[in-house]
Design a protein around this ligand. Structure first.
Ligand SMILES: C[S@@+](CC[C@H](N)C(=O)[O-])C[C@H]1O[C@@H](n2cnc3c(N)ncnc32)[C@H](O)[C@@H]1O
Length: 234
């Protein structure tokens, strides 16, 4: 669950729909109760959502029974994402949010499949019609079972995507599309978040520099949090 938003942040969603166009589709990893899948289905042509927990997958299948543009797959996104990919020519939005979240959620034995997911995306998608959002960026400090933010940036970079951090979400998209995002955030926020550009630079360093990713990632997250908090003060 995001730190600043629950589910897909509205400004990022609007920007992605505008950038990818009306025929684009969405893929989500980590369905949980299906709230983001429902939102994505209102904004994209179709949604495939993947949930490893048997209980949550069944509940979502029941919730979306009869909804022809939502497909719920049961299993790990590490195994099922490739199957869930749309045709290469179809513009696609990825909301990567699968990880252990305590309680009844799946993944106590395998905390986060983001590296496997991004490996599949980098092998099968083109940058020009792909946008990837990875939620919960604050969690990606290398500790047992979690990849580092640098690992994720390197994989996004391998896909030909530039990376920015917006609040708690890593955003991977082509550079021109990211310029549009900046304008969009400016229009839709009551307060500007000045963290975007400093963090953009630091994230790129993390993406390109091996062995320093922990130090850089810590700086990125601290800086982003401090600047975002400052921007929210009345
Ligand atoms: C933070 S919740 C997802 C919230 C949801 N995306 C939303 O925006 O409302 C994380 C979910 O990922 C699921 N999960 C954990 N590991 C997974 C994996 N390897 N593949 C798919 N789902 C996984 C958990 O069971 C949990 O329901």
């Amino acid at each position: 669950m995001g730190y600043f938003w629950q589910g897909v942040p509205t400004p990022l969603l609007r920007w992605a729909v505008e950038t990818l166009g009306p025929d684009s589709v969405a893929v989500e990893s980590g369905t949980y109760k299906g709230d983001s899948a429902a939102l994505l289905a209102e904004n994209f042509r179709s949604v495939v959502t993947i949930e490893r927990s048997h209980q949550f997958a069944r509940a979502a299948q029941t919730r979306f029974h009869g909804r022809t543009n939502i497909t719920v797959l049961h299993g790990s996104s590490a195994d099922l994402l490739e199957e869930a990919l749309p045709d290469k020519d179809r513009a696609a939005f990825f909301w990567l949010d699968a990880h252990y979240s305590g309680g009844q959620t799946a993944g106590a034995d395998y905390l986060c499949p983001a590296v496997e997911e991004l490996t599949v995306i980098s092998a099968h998608r083109s940058a020009h019609n792909t946008i990837v959002l990875v939620d919960d960026a604050r969690s990606f400090l290398p500790s047992e079972g979690w990849p580092s933010i640098g690992d994720l940036c390197r994989l996004l970079d391998r896909s030909g995507l530039d990376v920015v951090l917006v609040d708690d979400v890593l955003v991977g998209a082509q550079r021109d599309a990211l310029r549009g995002l900046h304008e969009h955030l400016g229009q839709t926020r009551t307060t500007q978040v000045p963290s975007l550009f400093p963090v953009y630079g630091l994230t790129h360093v993390a993406a390109r520099t091996r062995n320093v990713s922990y130090r850089v990632a810590t700086r990125i997250l601290t800086k982003a949090k401090v600047m975002t908090m400052r921007s929210r003060r009345p």
